[in-house]
Design a protein around this ligand. Structure first.
Ligand SMILES: Nc1ncnc2c1ncn2[C@@H]1O[C@H](COP(=O)(O)OP(=O)(O)OP(=O)(O)O)[C@@H](O)[C@H]1O
Ligand SMILES: [Mg+2]
Length: 398
């Protein structure tokens, strides 16, 4: 570990530069890497050459300390590095299967789907699960939750924590919520997040929704390229932070079944940053009656697969859990009903109880709509990835 991440630990960075940088919200060596030379020069007014030199020094410093990967690495080194990637369990068998163990650190996972499909519930569940000890599938880490739609609910965290036999108060304490009021604020929160991430051992960053404010503020075709440019900046920042600080990033993205807003403008933002080693996973959530379907859409190494999950008090849950629960509720209701009738008639009627119980339970367990709704061809065509993959290549000159 590099003990000293202070800016002035870099050779050639004196008090004046340090002040200039911290005035611009760059507080440590990690922040330099995350923001990159172009941005550093923009926000500090520093010459681009100087900014490049400083950022290169920062990179070298972190490589030497083993905190980030070298520029040139062998495949076996990458393989070794990937072994150290942490995974956060989703608390369900079905989604863990889909994610091959859980949500990865050093990666951005995009969850998209229509309203009510469970994106926010998923984010809440992960915010609890990441706090579990490593032996139980967590990373014993904290959460930075960027809430752009005012849908973060501590009550849900409490229920989910209780369902997983965790102390709700402790769990709440480790979730830092940042409410973003507009897209510029949302980006600013992330730009300034470095020290919070470090101080609180943040292992999960949630942006729920990552896209909503951008979409609301930049309406119409004329503004689409600006919107995409700003959104790309946010998303790249998020994935660079995930990589630099070894934490998982989860971004949600609401999509509508109608294609209107998504068809698009061919304009590509100019001058993208080169994001090294960044993996992006895209998961599509779909409603299917009471159940939900999750599909791994885009992954460098997962097969394209689908699983069925459900939503409940415990957040995202395995579909069997709802059935168990329904059974229990049905039983309870039946016993109650039977008790009432017993009181009324003052006669023992065990056979009635048995009959009512079976029929109610059967009815509750059947969920034929799930299979029928698994096919979802219409939405896919209309969905665009948040991040333009082109941006990972060389900047485009005009
Ligand atoms: N306590 C709970 N118990 C069971 N299910 C719940 C509970 N709270 C919420 N849900 C389920 O979660 C659904 C809402 O999911 P969620 O808020 O995650 O959707 P979303 O994908 O974030 O939607 P949006 O795009 O509007 O933000 C509700 O329709 C409900 O079915
Ligand atoms: Mg939501």
């Amino acid at each position: 570990m590099v003990e000293d991440l202070r800016l002035d630990s870099l050779e050639g960075v004196g008090p004046v530069t340090t002040r200039k940088l911290s005035d611009a919200g760059v507080h440590n060596v990690m922040d330099l890497i995350v923001r990159g030379p172009v941005e550093i020069s923009e926000i500090t007014g520093m010459e681009k050459d100087t900014a490049e030199k400083i950022v290169n020094k920062a990179r070298q410093h972190l490589v030497e300390g083993g905190l980030i990967a070298k520029d040139f690495v062998s495949a076996s080194e990458i393989y070794k590095h990937r072994q150290s990637i942490g995974k956060i369990t989703t608390g369900t068998n079905c989604l863990d299967t889909l994610f091959d163990g859980g949500i990865e650190t050093q990666a951005l996972t995009e969850v998209y789907g229509e309203f009510g499909c469970g994106k926010t519930q998923f984010a809440h569940t992960l915010s609890v699960m990441v706090q579990k000890p490593k032996a139980e599938g967590g990373l014993d880490g904290g959460v930075l939750y960027i809430d752009t739609e005012n849908t973060f609910r501590p009550e849900r965290i409490v229920s989910i924590a209780q369902a997983h036999e965790m102390d709700p108060e402790k769990v709440l304490d480790r979730i830092i919520v940042a409410r973003a009021y507009n897209s510029a604020h949302q980006t600013l929160i992330l730009e300034e997040a470095g020290s919070i991430i470090e101080e609180n051992n943040i292992k999960l960053i949630v942006a729920d929704s990552a896209v909503g404010l951008f979409r609301a503020e930049y309406l119409g075709r004329g503004t689409l390229s600006v919107r995409q440019q700003k959104l790309n900046h946010f998303v790249h920042l998020l994935s660079r932070i995930a990589e630099t600080y070894n934490c998982a990033a989860v971004a949600t993205n609401q999509v509508m079944a109608s294609p209107d807003v998504f068809f698009g403008d061919p304009t590509r933002p100019i001058g993208g940053n080169v994001v090294a080693h960044t993996s992006t996973y895209r998961i599509y959530f779909k409603k299917s009656g009471k159940k939900r379907i999750a599909r791994m859409v885009d992954s460098p190494h997962h097969p394209e697969e689908e699983v069925i999950f459900a939503l409940g008090e415990a957040g995202v849950i395995d579909p069997e859990e709802t059935e168990k629960k329904t059974k229990k509720t049905a039983k309870k209701a039946t016993t109650k009903k039977a008790k009432e009738s017993k009181v009324e008639a003052a006669v023992e009627t065990p056979e009635v109880e048995a009959a009512v119980e079976t029929s109610e339970v059967e009815a509750a367990v059947e969920t034929p709509e799930v299979e029928a709704a698994v096919e979802t061809p219409e939405v896919e065509a209309a969905v665009e990835p948040m991040m333009d993959p082109e941006l990972d290549s060389e900047p485009i000159e005009e």
